[in-house]
Design a binder for this molecule. Structure first.
Ligand code: BTN
Length: 253
């Protein structure tokens, strides 16, 4: 069912048929002072954006394209915690509704059988060393058919409907995700990152695996060992342990 059992998340919703990007509307709304938990949802994005300047395919009525506004009182240096807790909450929401096993690829790609089902884009504004607001952009390929992607995307992406062999009710999925997200967020605000980190490490498919991390500083190959307290990925390489703060990750084998 899509009754929403949250206190704040999704209590205020701006729903629009077509947008450039839900991120843009969410930034506008946040700047106007809208309260935490406000949500922008669209049926279609004409200029959906992904990480690292990439494009995000957002065909009409087939996915969940939404942006959640948060106002945590945390330091800018801790902002990557939000990305990690978002991937955890979204994973739990999708699993609750579909029963499909979801793998988290650091920092925040969600995969099914190695193919991307969901991407999360965290954008924030700060004031001095404090976070002012955060926009968590969530894109989920729900009922997206293969044909809507170009060849190179088909090889790396999938949708819930493709995996299940039938459509998923998007409003129920949104409700479940908002509930799970609010819970991990409250847990983080009350108890800090330690518990989230442990849960993330347990449910990520990446730890213990051989990976290649492409960063702005260079490419590193090694075994993903654990998260640091800041949310960086610790990589065991031939040169020792290297913390990866921002990268594109390739799972080997
Ligand atoms: C990525 O994996 O690169 C992140 C993709 C994030 C896509 C979502 S869809 C809703 C929100 N609006 C956007 O333009 N992007 C995010």
């Amino acid at each position: 069912s899509y009754h929403l059992h949250t206190q704040k998340f999704g209590r205020k919703i701006r729903y629009q048929e077509v947008v450039h990007s839900t991120q843009i509307l969410a930034h506008e709304w946040a700047r106007e002072g809208i309260e935490e938990g406000a949500l922008v949802v669209a049926e279609q994005q004409e200029a959906g954006r992904g990480r690292l300047g990439r494009k995000w395919y957002s065909p009409s009525h087939t996915g969940v394209w939404m942006s959640l506004i948060l106002r945590p009182s945390i330091l800018l240096t801790d902002a990557s915690h939000l990305t990690l807790l978002a991937s955890l909450g979204v994973k739990q929401g999708i699993e609750r509704v579909t029963g499909l096993p979801i793998q988290i690829k650091w920092p925040n790609d969600l995969l099914i059988h190695g193919k991307k089902i969901c991407g999360i884009l965290t954008e924030l504004r700060g004031e001095q060393d404090q976070v002012h607001y955060v926009i968590i952009g969530i894109g989920i390929n729900v009922n997206t058919p293969k044909e809507s992607w170009p060849e190179e995307i088909r090889r790396i992406a999938t949708s819930l409907a493709i995996e299940l062999g039938g459509p998923v009710h998007r409003a129920s999925l949104i409700a479940a995700i908002l509930e799970e997200l609010e819970e991990v967020y409250q847990q983080y605000m009350n108890q800090g990152f330690t518990k989230i980190k442990a849960q993330w490490e347990k449910s990520s498919g990446i730890l213990g695996k051989s990976i290649v991390a492409r960063t702005a500083q260079g490419t590193y190959t090694g075994i993903a060992e654990q998260l640091t307290g800041q949310g960086a990925l610790l990589l065991r390489t031939d040169q020792g342990l290297i913390p990866i703060h921002s990268a594109d990750i390739l799972l080997k084998e």
